[in-house]
Design a protein around this ligand. Structure first.
Ligand SMILES: [Zn+2]
Length: 83
């Protein structure tokens, strides 16, 4: 007679070996060690690069969010007007 088999669960950590290569940042030109797909030395550089790819659209979205803020402030004033 055989009872139900006990199942042993073992957690395994998968070790990944990602080759780092010396790269040059597309934004500031600094050399750094990074993954193959990495193009910038830091998040700041990646952000800057995305800005320069389309500055007009970036400014437009900033302006929109600014207007939205202004609009919501106006609404607040309607609810509680200045004394
Ligand atoms: Zn950089």
């Amino acid at each position: 007679m055989e009872g139900p088999r006990k199942v042993k669960i073992k957690k395994m950590m998968v070790e990944r070996h990602i080759p780092f290569t010396e790269k040059k940042c597309l934004q500031c030109g600094k050399s750094f060690m990074g993954m193959k797909i990495q193009q910038y030395c830091s998040k700041a550089c990646a952000r800057k690069a995305s800005y320069w790819r389309n500055p007009a659209a970036y400014r437009e979205s900033r302006l929109k969010s600014y207007r939205k803020q202004k609009e919501s402030r106006k609404n607040e004033q309607k609810i509680c007007p200045d004394r």
